[in-house]
Design a protein around this ligand. Structure first.
Ligand code: GLN
Length: 536
């Protein structure tokens, strides 16, 4: 095995400090120093994957090329580095126990008593080692907060790991919180002291502390933290709050974090090339224009549910030198009250993916509004399906047309299950998942965006465009501009008597990056910008 270096990222005091972003940003700077970097996420929950969890509970489910339904932090990792994530970049307690129990049933443990130490911890260490193969550096983020019961086996495993590979090959970075207490007029270090104490009690001494706080910490405060937490002063870094997340790698670099890491792990590299990130931040902080995009969906109160989507729209803005203002509109409210000014001011309308029938009539109305008012429309997965339903009902005279997901008795199931999906009973990992190829027709919005005819995009859905209604819909000018290579599955639909109306069965948002905005988001924002200028 090559000499991979490991960085373990833990979090203290409370959740939501941005551990995923911290791990992704560290990866970004190390990659910009010419290293091959990968990220892993170890999640303490017992679900085998987050695929069966409600987005209200867990935020977005991020889908990888190889069809894994993973934690949304993997989305951050992909947006910040060139490395593509796989199933093997996300491990949950559920997977660990599933694997250990299967081995026990097979008799692999030869009659031994199977225990947390060493069997569970060995399983975790094997995973970390295997999925880091071929990389210079693996950044391993441990979910949860230090002190939780659930993350203990993971922390114990990485403690052992460091002992096995040695100090020069593994480092511990602890992200903690240093709050500014208004009434006292000063920042407080006690929560950090306590969380490092909790870490040390289980045998982990952090090498680096990343202190999440409002302003840069003074040398005095750093010295105090260093003294109480048993780290060098030069290893205490400010992780300052930022308005633009893509600024984090730049701030870390300015503070000297990457230099400290390569020094600790004895890695030989040159200085980082951060120009691409500087450019992204400059474009985001000083855009020339603005557009307003309405997202009509059902998880509007929890915007983490649309994490990749929100980011992809911002990336579309970067590509067009404009700020993208997002307005979340509850589709259930449209269903109840009608559009009723809720889409006023929108320069583009986007209906994202989703499951369950709540608010779907509102999405259909939003697609109707966009089509008839010639506002740019982007339908993603469910948003494409609802646009097809709208067209069938209003243009093709198919009254009560629907997806059979929402109305089993509809006379026109324009969206339906494929025969092979009809027999599936289990919920976990039974959808069309992961990357599938798609062939584009040349005269299409899609081809104008991608510039090639063969593309690959990621899917996560059960229902499909129903080919029984293909001729019934296309004779009224619904264009099918992207299909699976065998022609069997409709992947993209468009309307051409419209400035930009496109629905896709896949989720393009998963593949967009700030440094390489996705073509469809670039074109959707461009169309919205043109619409905006025409209004003015
Ligand atoms: N619920 C729809 C399906 O299963 C759409 C899923 C999605 O938008 N990701 O096909």
């Amino acid at each position: 095995m090559k000499n991979t270096k490991f960085i373990f990222v833990t979090g203290g005091v409370l959740s939501s400090l941005g551990k995923g972003l911290a791990a992704a940003s560290i990866a970004a700077i190390l990659e910009s120093r010419g290293l091959r970097v990968t990220n892993q996420k170890l999640d303490p929950y017992i679900n085998v994957d987050p695929g069966t969890m409600s987005p209200f509970q867990h935020g977005e489910v991020f889908v990888t090329d190889d069809g894994a339904e993973t934690d949304l932090d993997l989305g951050h990792y992909e947006r910040f580095t060139r490395t593509r994530m796989k199933k093997s970049n996300n491990l949950t307690t559920g997977q660990v126990y599933f694997s250990v129990i299967s081995k026990e049933r097979r008799g692999d443990y030869l009659g031994k008593t199977v225990q947390v130490i060493p069997h569970i911890t060995n399983e975790i260490k094997d995973f970390i080692r295997d999925s880091a193969e071929d990389f210079d550096v693996a950044i391993v983020e441990i979910g949860g907060t230090v002190g939780d019961i659930e993350s203990l086996p993971f922390l114990e495993a990485v403690r052992q790991f460091r002992l096995e590979v040695g100090k020069q090959n593994a480092a511990f970075i602890h992200l903690t919180w240093v709050p500014f207490i208004k009434t006292a007029g000063e920042v407080k270090t006690k929560p950090t002291q306590h969380s490092v104490k909790a870490l040390r009690e289980i045998g982990i001494q952090p090498d680096i502390l990343l202190c999440r706080t409002e302003n840069f910490l003074s040398e005095d405060i750093k010295a105090k933290i260093a003294l109480f937490c048993n780290v060098e002063v030069a290893s205490v870094f400010t992780a300052k709050d930022v308005s633009c997340i893509y600024e984090v790698p730049l701030i870390y670099h300015r503070e000297g974090l990457d230099e400290k890491i390569v020094d600790l792990l004895n890695i030989w590299t040159g200085q980082p090339h951060l120009e691409a990130w500087e450019n992204v931040v400059e474009k985001m902080l000083h855009p020339a224009e603005e557009v307003s995009i309405a997202i009509v969906g059902k998880y509007v109160n929890l915007t983490d549910s649309y994490k990749s989507l929100n980011e992809a729209l911002v990336h579309g803005g970067i590509a067009n030198d404009c700020r993208v203002n997002l307005k979340f509109v509850d589709s259930e409210k449209i269903e109840k009250d009608g559009i009723n000014h809720q889409l006023d001011g929108a320069d583009g309308i986007l209906v994202p993916g989703g499951f369950g029938d709540r608010g779907i009539e509102g999405m259909i109305q939003a697609a109707h509004y966009a089509r008839t008012n010639k506002v740019p429309y982007f339908g993603i997965c469910l948003g494409m399906q609802m646009a097809v339903v709208e067209y069938a009902r209003y243009i093709c005279g198919m009254e009560r047309a629907n997806s059979s997901e929402f109305d089993e008795k509809t006379p026109y199931p324009v969206i339906d299950l494929l025969p092979e999906q009809k027999v599936v009973k289990e919920k976990g990992a039974t959808m069309r998942l992961g990357s599938y190829p798609c062939t584009l027709s040349e005269s299409s919005f899609a081809f104008a965006a991608y510039g090639v005819t063969e593309i690959d995009e990621r899917h996560r859905h059960r229902y499909e465009f129903n080919n029984d209604f293909k001729s019934g819909l296309t004779e009224y000018n619904l264009k099918i501009t992207g299909v699976s290579p065998d022609g069997r599955l409709a992947e993209i639909v468009e309307l051409h008597d419209h400035p930009w109306f496109l629905g896709c069965q896949f989720h393009p948002e998963f593949k967009s990056r700030p440094t390489d905005p996705h073509p469809l988001f670039r074109k959707f924002i461009e169309a919205s910008l043109i619409y905006h200028r025409q209004k003015a």
